[in-house]
Write a new protein. Structure first.
Lengths: 229, 90
């Protein structure tokens, strides 16, 4: 983790946006903002709100599926964060702590909405089809050579990724959002989700396979995945 | 994936995320790499999975939240100030 010196002017750094730099830099900024808020430095307030509001909004929009819900989850989460800020014992774990609160707020929203149903994903359903046999065997797979550079910035590709994530059952969706988008560690995600690290690993692998499968379908056929199966 | 029923391919298939995350024990990692070196279909599949993960890492949302309204900001600031006051009073 990048050490951020006390007194260093983090306000002079580029505005916080989602994934605007390295993970270490983000962690350093988050920790320093948390320390300043805990010390009663109101100058850190707006920056903390701007930074985490965007992050929680992104997570909850992908988790809950609705923009309006995501706006409410972001506000509810930050309210709870500030109400209980004195319970944050380790500022370097502020991201994990904020996302735990956000996750609970999303769970409350999800109970009220219709979304992809809970179900188990099996490994076998994502094994690629194979044509031929022996040394001549070929998996049936799209041409991935142009990804991710060529298409990532296209709006259509973002829509495909979002639809594929929405297709995932909630337990798998939450893991891939925390591990591969928020880039929490296996241990951090496990603690946040109240499951074992092995469960996180299992769900992450199946979620990635499902996402790969949906992206492969899109690359082969041009058809974006439906939001729920 | 020399065959849909090739058990070695399926074993590697089950380990690919741990492999990409560098979370495999050294001996298991070596076994996976030895298999990949000799199985073009598995390499092709592993590469597509790696790109899937990279897409997630580099994903930027198309939508941002609406600007924070003054009422919502005041609500948050009041909660923060109340927390600080409560801590000082404790």
């Amino acid at each position: 983790m990048l050490a951020v010196g006390v007194g260093e002017d983090i306000d002079a750094r580029p505005p916080a946006t989602i994934k605007n730099g390295s993970l270490d830099l983000e962690n350093g900024i988050e920790t320093e903002l948390a320390r300043r808020l805990m010390a009663g430095d109101a100058g850190a307030f707006d920056r903390f709100v701007e930074y985490f509001r965007a992050k929680v909004f992104q997570y909850s929009r992908l988790m809950c599926g609705q923009r309006e819900d995501a706006e409410e989850v972001a506000q509810d989460t930050l309210l709870k964060v500030f109400e209980s800020f004195d319970r944050l014992r380790e500022p370097e774990r502020v991201r994990q702590w904020v996302f735990r609160i956000a996750r609970n707020a999303c769970l409350m929203k999800r109970r009220k909405s219709v979304f992809a149903p809970a179900r188990e994903l099996s490994l076998d359903e994502f094994l690629p089809a194979v044509s031929g046999s022996g040394q001549g065997a070929r998996i049936q797979i799209a041409d991935w050579s142009g990804l991710p550079d060529d298409k990532l910035l296209q709006r259509e590709m973002k829509d495909v990724i979002e639809a594929a994530i929405a297709w995932l059952p909630p337990d798998y969706r939450s893991v891939i959002l925390l591990r591969d988008m928020e880039e929490l560690s296996t241990a951090e995600a496990a603690e946040l989700l109240d499951v074992t690290p092995d469960v996180v690993k299992t769900r992450l692998h199946r979620a990635r396979l499902a996402l790969r499968h949906k992206l492969d379908e899109y690359l082969r056929t041009g058809a974006a995945p439906a939001a729920a199966n | 994936m020399a065959s849909p029923h090739d058990e070695h391919c399926k074993e590697v298939f089950a380990l690919l995320s741990d492999y990409l995350n560098l979370e495999l024990p050294a001996d298991t990692c070596a076994e996976v790499e030895a298999h990949l070196a000799d199985c073009p279909p598995c390499i092709e599949f592993a590469e597509s999975l790696r790109k899937t993960v990279e897409l997630c890492h580099r994903y930027q949302p198309a939508e941002l939240p609406t600007p924070l309204g003054e009422h919502a900001r005041s609500e948050l600031l009041a909660a923060y100030q109340k927390m600080l006051a409560g801590r000082q009073g404790a």
